[in-house]
Design a protein around this ligand. Structure first.
Ligand code: CIR
Length: 253
C-alpha cells in the first residue's frame, strides 16, 4: 500500500521541455488543470499528496518520478541522463530527507532516471536507455542489495523509459506493449497486452487497488477493469506532448 505521494506543479517553462512526441507545444493553463485532476485522483486512492511548487529553472521538473527511486527501505536520488534535468535532484534530496532516514545517490559516470525502474515486490527491473547507463544500473543494484532487495537490467530499443512500455499492477499483473511482450523474463506474469494503437496507456499506475489510467484509451481501460481493478481516468494529454506519462508525474511511497 502507498500512503504518500509527491508531485510538482508544472512550470510555465514546460513549453521548453524535452520532447520527441511531435504533438505540439503543451498548453500551460490546461496542464495546470490536468495536474490538479491528477492530484485529486491520487487523493481518491487514499494517499496524502505533498505538492511542490513549480520550478521555472527546470522545464521538465513536473516529471518528479525520474529524479528519485523510492523503496520501502531507502530513497535513491538518481543522476538524470538528460543534462537539463540534472539540477532537479538538489531540491528533491532536501524534500526526501523529511520522509527517509536512508538516502543514497547515483554518482557520475553513472546516470539513471527512475522512469526506467519498475518495482515488483522487492525486485526492480532497470531499463538501460539513453538516460540510464550500465554504470548507473550497477550502482542501483548494489544499493538495492545493501538493503536486501534485488535488481536486473533490460535493454530498451524503442521507448524513452522502461515504464513507457510496462506497468506492474500488483497481483502478478503486468501491462505490456510492443518490444516487451515477447521478453522471456516477463512471461511469468499475467500479461495485460496493450495494443499498439493505445500504447501510450501502458503507462498507468496502481495505487492501493485502483489503477489510474490516461483518458482516451478504451481498450486498455476495459482490459484493466476485466483484470479486476477499479479505474480512474485522468487526462494527461498536455504531458504526453513532452513524452510524459501518468507515472512520471508522481513519486508514490
Ligand atoms: C524528458 O524527456 O525527460 C521529459 N520530457 C519526459 C519525462 C518522462 N518521464 C518518464 O517517462 N518517467
Amino acid at each position: 500500500m502507498f500512503t504518500k505521494a509527491i508531485v510538482r506543479r508544472p512550470c510555465k517553462n514546460m513549453t521548453q521541455g524535452i520532447t520527441s512526441a511531435n504533438l505540439g507545444t503543451p498548453d500551460y493553463d490546461n496542464a495546470v488543470k490536468q495536474h490538479k485532476q491528477y492530484i485529486e485522483a491520487l487523493k481518491n486512492c487514499g494517499v496524502e499528496v505533498t505538492v511542490l511548487e513549480a520550478n521555472e529553472n527546470y522545464p521538465d521538473s513536473v516529471f518528479v518520478e525520474d529524479v528519485a527511486l523510492l523503496t520501502p527501505h531507502c530513497a535513491i536520488i538518481t543522476n538524470p541522463g538528460a543534462e537539463t534535468r540534472k539540477g532537479e535532484i538538489a531540491e528533491m534530496r532536501k524534500i526526501l530527507s523529511k520522509f527517509y532516514k536512508n538516502i543514497e545517490e547515483i554518482k557520475s559516470p553513472g546516470t539513471a532516471e527512475a522512469g526506467d525502474i519498475m518495482m515488483v515486490g522487492s525486485h526492480f527491473f532497470i531499463g538501460l536507455s539513453a538516460r540510464t547507463n550500465k554504470e548507473g544500473a550497477n550502482q542501483i543494484i548494489s544499493i538495492l542489495n545493501k538493503y536486501g532487495m534485488t535488481g536486473s537490467t533490460e535493454t530498451l530499443e524503442k521507448v524513452l523509459h522502461l515504464k513507457t512500455g510496462m506497468s506492474y499492477l500488483e497481483n502478478n499483473n503486468l501491462a505490456l506493449c510492443g518490444e516487451f511482450l515477447t521478453k522471456p523474463e516477463f512471461q511469468k506474469f499475467n500479461i495485460l497486452k496493450v495494443d499498439d494503437d493505445e500504447s501510450y496507456s501502458t503507462n498507468c499506475i496502481w495505487v492501493n487497488g485502483t489503477v489510474i489510467v490516461p483518458k482516451g484509451f478504451p481498450k486498455s481501460k476495459a482490459t484493466i477493469k476485466k483484470a479486476g481493478y477499479k479505474t480512474i481516468e485522468v487526462d494527461v494529454s498536455e504531458f504526453r506532448k513532452l513524452d510524459g506519462g501518468l507515472s512520471c508525474l508522481s513519486l508514490r511511497f
